[in-house]
Design a protein around this ligand. Structure first.
Ligand code: E4P
Length: 217
């Protein structure tokens, strides 16, 4: 399972990339706003921090205008992945861009039928939002199970990119289901390293080691 970082904070991306756990990055208009930076400048910097796909989202609503924005964004770097919303125009744009060999991430997916449409439009990635489902009293992970089943039924190559991940249990369940990618806020990736028994065990080993009076090397 690949890990993408869901942020436009370059310091966070660089720090996590050093752990070897970063396979790509996703951004959206809200994350660009949070960064306080220019989309072109920050996306270029992010593309230099990872060799993996970096999702940059169009904000136009009609197909022609989406294509124009995609043209600008994809020139930033070879690893830019154009993010389009799951609308009729978004999927038209997806089809056009993937036919030309450009990676496309279809975002704002909230149903398995929408994911089926995105796969038929040749999407490189589909982004179902599990956290926003949970926020509304629905079960986001059931959506991931349904999409996995449908994509396997027809051998679609579109990768399931679990988005709107809120906590490590979303990551565990995504891995159990066989999702291809999870995009996570930095604090969620950091949380995956933690276990109280790891901390306790390390503390005990270090205490005993000190009492041996030895040094290594
Ligand atoms: C990523 O591609 C999505 O835009 C993101 O995961 C949405 O997360 P949120 O629901 O926490 O805003």
């Amino acid at each position: 399972m690949k890990f993408f970082v869901d942020t436009a904070d370059t310091a966070e991306i660089a720090d996590l990339a050093a752990t070897g756990m970063v396979d790509g990055v996703t951004t959206n208009p809200s994350l660009i706003k949070k960064s306080g930076r220019d989309i072109m400048e920050v996306t270029r910097e992010i593309c230099g921090l990872t060799d993996g796909p970096v999702s940059a989202e169009v904000v136009a609503l009609d197909h022609d205008a989406m294509m124009k924005e995609a043209e600008v964004l994809r020139k930033i770097a070879d690893n830019v992945c154009i993010k389009v919303p799951l609308t009729v125009d978004g999927l038209k744009t997806c089809k056009a861009l993937t036919s030309e060999g450009t990676m496309v991430n279809v975002t704002l997916c909230f149903s398995a039928n929408q994911a089926l449409l995105a796969a038929k439009a040749g999407a490189s990635f589909i982004s179902p939002f599990v956290g926003r489902h949970d926020d509304n009293g629905l079960d986001g992970m059931t959506l991931i199970e349904d999409i996995r089943l449908i994509y396997d039924n027809y051998a679609f190559e579109t990768e399931i990119l679990v988005a709107s991940i809120r906590h490590p249990i979303h990551v565990l369940e995504s891995a159990r289901i066989g999702a291809d990618v999870g995009t996570m806020p930095p604090h969620v990736i950091r949380g995956l390293f933690k276990h109280v028994l790891t901390d306790k065990g390390l503390e005990g080993f270090l205490k005993d080691w000190k009492e041996t009076g030895q040094n290594i090397g």
